[in-house]
Design a protein around this ligand. Structure first.
Ligand code: NAD
Ligand code: ZN
Length: 247
């Protein structure tokens, strides 16, 4: 990557009328949360079928220990890294209108970002599949699995999207509206293969906007969509870009 690309990208961000960020698993890798795909990823160890909603309902005793191991134990320890923090700073400096994230780890909010559309939900809440009540995950003990709804004893499901579930209309609309208003989209740490989330940057691009991409490796966006591809670690490149854009 040339310094030229970094400088030009920072100018684009600086001059944006409205900029947004679109993030994926790669932004949280330096917080200790591995991505799903590739060697060592979740899908190389666990069968994705287990995270299909119907299977979960039929076999909660089998799936809940996996949910605890993959999502709750690991996420408990994770802290925001310099990439999450840089996006929060850009927002507080008025240089970023909001973040659409595919992650369910809540690290953007923990870093201080206030406009965060969690497109796939988050681990912060659970919902009872019988009475539909939501609970803060911290209030639900996970020593006995599956955890029971404190109100009715029903089955609790983490409030993130399982396979076979649609994106809730409100978050889809909020994310799409932000993209329609944005003339710059900063993509950090996602290959965009998960649909419909992966289409968000195209909304910006198709309306004539500028796409800046930060990733360790090139992706489907890199050659077709990205105006600036900044190759590197999210935790290194995002703060560098942000510093230049805020200067
Ligand atoms: P993905 O495309 O969202 O993420 C992986 C991408 O991150 C790859 O393009 C990879 O090159 C890049 N990457 C890896 N380390 C990086 C780093 N240090 N800096 C910059 N880029 C880096 O794909 P996925 O992992 O298959 O995720 C699928 C779905 O599961 C998504 O919705 C994702 O958000 C979700 N998921 C969430 C979490 C989380 O909440 N932290 C973790 C894993 C997966
Ligand atoms: Zn209930």
């Amino acid at each position: 990557m040339s310094n030229h690309a970094l400088e030009n990208a920072s100018q684009a961000l600086k001059n944006a009328r409205c900029a947004m960020a679109f993030t994926g698993a790669g932004i949280s890798v330096e917080s200790g949360i591995p991505p799903f795909r590739g060697p060592g990823g979740v899908w190389s160890k666990y069968d994705p079928e287990k995270f299909e909603k119907g299977y979960f309902k039929r076999h909660p005793d089998e799936v809940w220990p996996l949910l605890k191991e993959i999502f709750f134990d690991m996420l408990e320890k994770a802290k925001p890294n310099p990439a999450h923090i840089a996006l929060a700073q850009l927002e507080s400096e008025g240089k970023l209108a909001g973040v659409v994230t595919q992650n369910i780890d809540s690290l953007h909010k923990e870093a201080g970002s206030s406009v965060v559309h969690e497109y796939h939900g988050s681990t912060r809440r659970m919902q009872c599949m019988s009475c539909r009540t939501f609970f803060d995950s911290h209030s639900i003990p996970l020593d006995k699995l599956p955890p029971a709804c404190p109100a009715c004893g029903g089955l609790l499901k983490p409030d993130f999207i399982f396979f076979g579930e649609g994106i809730p209309t409100d978050v889809h609309r909020a994310a799409t509206d932000l993209a329609k208003q944005s003339d710059v989209c900063l993509i950090v740490g996602t290959g965009g293969q998960v649909m419909p989330a992966g289409r968000i940057p195209y909304i910006v691009k198709n309306r004539g906007g500028t796409i800046i991409e930060i990733n360790l490796h090139d992706t489907d966006y890199s050659y077709t969509t990205s105006d600036y591809f900044l190759q590197g670690k999210a935790g290194d490149m995002t703060p560098r870009l942000a510093r230049l854009a805020m200067a």
